[in-house]
Design a protein around this ligand. Structure first.
Ligand code: DGP
Length: 117
């Protein structure tokens, strides 16, 4: 699978940069966010290097579905499914994206405001 040498998340996926892994399978990993914005803040990261959500195409349908099923399971494991959680994808700069390897935030453990900032 394509890896980007200068990509933080590719390095974490390869095991060359430490991270607290909470889940992994053949298509994705989930880690604790290093700057948590909620009591539960996990990052669900596809193993395949895609810079942004704009790189998704129809070949990624199964991958995208796997992300949401992983989010559901992780929320259950964390005991936050019933109280509620949020799954966020930031796309490009104005969307709040800072790491250009596509990833989904799973946030929970506090009330989520709307609209988001
Ligand atoms: P975004 O702004 O959507 O691109 O989110 C990037 C997130 O990645 C941000 O919440 C902080 C987190 N992050 C950045 N570098 C690292 C790292 O080296 N390790 C971990 N665990 N999280 C990181």
């Amino acid at each position: 699978m394509t890896r980007m040498r200068d990509c933080i998340f590719c390095r974490i996926i390869e095991g060359n940069l430490p991270a607290s892994r909470v889940y992994e399978d053949e298509t994705l990993i989930a880690i604790e966010d290093v700057h948590p914005q909620a009591p539960t803040h996990l990052l669900i990261i596809p193993r395949q290097h895609l810079a942004t959500a704009q790189d998704f195409d129809s070949s990624h349908r199964q991958l995208i579905g796997s992300v949401f099923l992983a989010a559901k399971r992780l929320a259950e494991e964390r005991g936050v499914a019933e109280q509620g959680y949020r799954v966020v994808l930031n796309c490009n700069r104005a969307g709040g994206q800072t790491v250009f390897h596509v990833h989904f935030h799973l946030l929970a453990g506090r009330p989520m405001r709307w609209p988001p900032g």
